[in-house]
Ligand binder design. Structure first.
Ligand SMILES: Nc1ncnc2c1ncn2[C@@H]1O[C@H](COP(=O)(O)OP(=O)(O)OP(=O)(O)O)[C@@H](O)[C@H]1O
Length: 792
């Protein structure tokens, strides 16, 4: 109904813009619409976000953070840009620098070809106005035919080399980041211990790409226009005098200064856009990773809300940028396009109008002389003039020259203004590049600090950003292990002091056995998981590790592997390749079944070490997977193994991997929880036969018999470590002594005995022993105020 009405009213609306004052009415309407849009934006900015107090607080916080980030075109940007340029162009002899020179040559060639096109255009017009067919064919057909080949070649070669340059720059920068990110376990630390970067994948893939693309195009958008300005100005100065091009250049300089002054902060907005896009992508990738669990929970709707929320934020931000671009675009077009055209017309036509005031002969002479070599060297025209003579012919000659002069100059002037316009645009592009540069700087800063800060010796020393890079963070630039805690709890002074005294960096010493000497295990969220741990695991002594959930069993191995910093005194351990870690949820790589067994080695590396397919088949047989292997297509079969194998099968693959590597020590972190009891026993027997010393985390009593020592964490920061007496081994019912409801630190009664949390079934004497051996009266889970730790 309403649409019919509005359609019906349309003709009367249209008629409004007819009649004697139509143009004035249209201009007035345009001005009203523009003013309304501007008023709406002004009102929207003035309005506080009324949704909730929290939203206001959050947005204020976000604004504060954004203000703090130095995303501006300034010295910091120039310095950081130089830092990355040195990475992308490591020497003057590198391919990348050669490509830059090639692009420079092509840009120069293109500028000269543009001048040729302008000159030739003038000649063509002159031939048309003078009705000179021979000249027309020569200039308009033959010349253009001849030159079209080099022009097309140069144009397309230029596009190709600029794209190639961008690929080269991206390759250098990405490989540089890969080197930092994928070595020294930095990927783990960035994802698990440091919270500054949420979406490192997006930074590495998209942001680096956009940064290098905009840099490569910036080069061509600045270098060519600069050259054009010089060449075109010189050429124009011959006919218009130096004032013509000078007025144009001054006009654009003033324009760009105005535009720069009123320009919204596009650099920061670009950096924020990338960040929001990254968060949105992250939510999708989480859905992909956990699709099965979510589907079982029926969590589609919840996930939809979660993903839509992030997407809405992206859209809101994009709309904001679009609105700002609209306002600035209107002013931009007015100043750079239309007002500039008026100035250009004036510059070209004023000399012609001025010359008209003189007599036609003088005019013709003035024009002819102003054409310089263009007309005076044209012998053919001179001959014709001499032959025909007469005033009429003279006037026609004057008209031809004026037309040619006008065409040539207007083309040159257009090219000149478009060159200056491109410089102005490149200036506007700079804030966007500074946005990308800020994102890449963030990445480099974090990767560098993490790789340096979390050294194997456990120090999280304040290394600061790499030399030559200025941080974009206003918060502490040091790698702060404890920065991830969002629910900061204020600590009393003595607690803070205790925690900071426990956080002294320890020392790692290579040895043939594992020994912890006065080591403290402290989680990234400032929880003291274990104090003053002392234990020795010689080769051949298998250790069972038990304790309630969250007490720090896996964390012990994180410290052992160097993933978490070492605090306290000393850790003796063999080189990393002699300790193999088998987690509860084994990681299955992309590739063949063979790749799963030999991971992390490649096929070639495994073959070099004498690995044969028969050997691998035997390993599959040992873990009862030969059938599955045959069914899936043998060792060369390629599947998404984490999807096609069951939980128990995946765990057995992980055991086959362990047997293949046959390390000195194996950390088995509940790695057989999905395997049936009989198979589990067989797997443990096989591991022992291969002389692998086992460090097992398990809640299953059926595994106790494979170990000689037991390490019990009490969940309060204390522990006990002693020999495992076979008589103490608890009875096995259905193989699993876990009581699902007992996953807590609370004491529960199990099998007539008091249990400290899950899977720890000490006798009463043991409990006494435990408490005397290493119990602490200091409350666990202590947190330290951020200031104390950063001062560490
Ligand atoms: N990256 C991390 N950042 C902050 N805290 C962590 C991190 N990883 C683990 N923690 C915390 O450290 C504590 C110990 O974790 P850990 O994985 O060692 O427990 P666990 O004893 O192996 O438990 P479970 O028996 O359930 O496997 C837990 O409270 C956990 O929340």
């Amino acid at each position: 109904m309403s649409s019919t009405l509005s359609i019906g009213r349309l003709p009367s609306l249209v008629s409004l813009f007819r009649g004697p004052h139509a143009k004035r009415k249209m201009a007035l309407t345009g001005a009203i619409v523009f003013a309304a849009l501007a008023a709406e934006e002004w009102w929207r900015r003035k309005q506080p976000d009324k949704r909730t107090a929290l939203a206001v607080q959050n947005s204020m916080e976000r604004r504060r953070q954004r203000r703090d980030r130095k995303v501006r075109v300034d010295k910091v940007f120039a310095k950081n840009l130089w830092y990355f340029v040195k990475i992308m162009f490591p020497s003057l002899r590198c391919k990348e620098f050669g490509t830059v020179l090639l692009v420079g040559c092509l840009l120069t060639a293109r500028s000269y070809l543009d001048i040729w096109v302008s000159d030739n255009g003038g000649d063509v017009v002159k031939a048309i106005v003078g009705r000179n067919i021979k000249r027309f064919i020569r200039k308009a057909v033959l010349n253009i035919l001849l030159m079209s080949v080099p022009i097309s070649l140069v144009n397309n070669l230029l596009k190709y080399t600029i794209s190639e340059l961008q690929i080269m720059m991206r390759r250098r920068l990405t490989l540089y980041f890969h080197e930092e990110y994928l070595s020294n376990q930095t990927y783990y630390k960035v994802c698990n211990l440091d919270t500054r970067i949420q979406n490192v994948d997006q930074l590495l893939s998209q942001d680096v790409d956009k940064f290098t693309t905009s840099l490569a195009t910036l080069y061509s958008n600045v270098a060519k226009p600069l050259l054009d300005i010089v060449l075109f100005s010189k050429r124009l100065a011959r006919t218009l005098g130096s004032s013509g091009p000078l007025i144009m250049i001054v006009y654009f300089l003033v324009t760009s200064a105005i535009l720069r002054a009123i320009q919204p902060p596009f650099g920061r907005l670009t950096a924020d856009e990338q960040k929001l896009e990254g968060e949105y992508r992250l939510r999708h990738s989480r859905l992909i990773t956990h699709s099965e669990e979510i589907a079982f929970y029926g969590g589609g709707n919840r996930e939809k809300l979660y993903i839509n929320e992030s997407f809405t934020r992206v859209i809101r931000h994009l709309r904001k940028i679009l609105r700002l671009k609209l306002y600035i675009g209107v002013i931009d077009s007015f100043l750079v396009k239309y007002l500039a055209t008026i100035v250009g017309y004036c510059i070209v036509s004023v000399p012609i109008f001025l010359s008209r005031m003189q007599d036609s002969d003088q005019a013709s002479n003035a024009v002819s002389s102003s054409l310089g070599h263009f007309s005076s060297t044209d012998a053919e025209e001179e001959d014709r003039l001499v032959r025909t003579g007469g005033a009429k012919e003279h006037i026609i000659k004057g008209q031809e020259d004026i037309a040619a002069l006008y065409t040539r100059n207007s083309r040159l002037l257009m090219s000149l203004s478009s060159a200056i316009g491109r410089i102005v645009l490149a200036g506007k592009e700079l804030p966007r590049i500074s946005g990308y540069c800020a994102r890449v700087t963030e990445l480099e800063q974090v990767l560098y600090e993490v790789s340096q800060g979390y050294a194997e010796n456990g120090s999280n020393s304040n290394t600061g950003p790499p030399k030559g890079l200025t941080p974009v963070f206003s918060v502490a630039s040091s790698i702060d292990l404890f920065s991830s805690s969002s629910d900061l709890v204020s600590l009393k002074n003595h607690e803070a002091e205790e925690l900071s005294s426990l956080c002294t960096p320890g020392k790692v010493i290579r040895n043939d056995m594992i020994r912890f000497e006065h080591v403290n295990i402290i989680s990234p969220d400032r929880t003291i998981l274990c104090r003053d741990l002392n234990l020795e695991v010689p080769q051949g002594t298998n250790v069972l590790i038990t304790g309630p959930n969250g007490c720090g069993k896996s964390s012990l191995f994180r410290v052992l592997a160097g993933l978490w910093p070492l605090y306290g005194k000393t850790l003796y351990r063999p080189e990393p390749s002699k300790i193999f870690y088998v987690p509860q949820r084994p990681y299955l790589a992309l590739g063949t079944l063979r790749d799963q067994i030999i991971y992390p080695l490649t096929k070639e590396e495994a073959e070099e070490r004498g690995c044969t397919d028969d050997m691998l088949r035997k390993l599959l047989h040992d873990v009862y997977l030969d059938e599955v292997g045959n069914r899936k297509g043998g060792l060369d079969a390629v599947c998404d193994w984490s999807d096609v194998l069951s939980g128990g099968e995946k765990q057995r693959i992980a055991m086959a991997r362990l047997f293949y590597h046959q390390p000195m020590y194996a950390v088995l972190d509940e790695c057989t929880s999905a395997v049936s009891l009989d198979v589990e026993g067989h797997l443990y027997e096989s591991a022992k036969k291969r002389n692998i010393t086992l460090l097992t985390v398990s809640h299953r009593p059926s595994l106790w018999r494979f170990h000689e020592k037991i390490l019990r964490f009490d969940g309060q920061g204390g522990y006990s470590f002693k020999d495992l007496d076979p008589a103490e081994i608890p009875p096995v019912h259905d193989g699993n002594l876990s009581n699902p409801s007992s996953h807590s630190n609370k004491s529960t009664v199990y099998n007539g005995k008091k249990e400290q949390g899950l899977a720890t079934i000490p006798s009463e004497e043991e409990e006494e022993e435990d408490s005397s051996s290493n119990s602490s009266t200091v409350p666990a889970r202590k947190r330290l105020e951020e200031t104390d730790i950063t001062s560490e």
